[in-house]
Ligand binder design. Sequence first.
Ligand code: NAD
Length: 250
Amino acid sequence: MPILSGKVAIVTGAGSGMGREETLLLAREGAKLVATDINEAAVKAVVEEVKAAGGEAAAFAHNVVSEEDWSRVVALAVETYGKIDVLVNNAGISLAVGLLDTTMEQWNKVLAINLTSNFLGMKYVIPHMQKNKSGSIINISSIAGLTGSNGAGAYTASKGGNRMLSKAAAVDFGKDNIRVNSVHPGFIETPMSSDLIKNEQMLQWFLSQTALPRVGRASEVAQAVLFLASDASSYITGVELPVDGGVTAK
Ligand SMILES: NC(=O)c1ccc[n+]([C@@H]2O[C@H](COP(=O)([O-])OP(=O)(O)OC[C@H]3O[C@@H](n4cnc5c(N)ncnc54)[C@H](O)[C@@H]3O)[C@@H](O)[C@H]2O)c1
């Protein structure tokens, strides 16, 4: 039997990159997917892919910084599929701007999309998980949430913040059998990073940082998310799981 049979999962930022791969994989493994993205056309296309492969999914337009949107999406998820077992807070943006050059507007935007969104998602989803005494939440952080990185202060702060927010929630809601973990991708080829990876000098720098001599695939991050979403990780909570080809092993 597929390992997520009978489970209902919300994935944010599902229209592109890792969110798309997570949506396709979780659906292939039997979950019913609530796929959301601010880019409605993109998330609808991913849901069509899920359906074409025989899976079950619904697409919703969703800005993860909007409390109103979270309230609506979570209500629609429960109305459509009856419950929520898994939340993947994946939507995010990058900002490669040094701290002294970062404007308040940039700072607030990155913190809102990468960190406040995780708070809002948990605030609206956890009460439904508490009713079932079961749930798994996966917050997509970054290697930038584990170590300092050059010229990306706001991004690093947002990803370090969602790592610690995950641990705080793991401690608070373990009593309800709700697990909360963070996943820390390294250099993964997605639309977010493809320009950097196409730049030969950047690529060589990435490869000088990894232990495995290549960049990662979005599908490899999705496999880590699948493990944490499934009952195969039933005694794992509050951990940070790097999927980084060994960058943080150095
Ligand atoms: N690509 C990498 O190398 C890398 C490395 C570490 C961490 N990450 C993290 O992985 C996650 C996924 O990144 P990706 O590389 O797949 O990026 P991506 O740009 O391919 O996809 C991000 C998705 O999030 C959506 N999104 C952006 N703002 C949103 C908002 N306000 N509300 C709802 N949806 C929104 C976009 O529309 C897009 O579909 C992000 O949190 C990112 O920070 C990426």
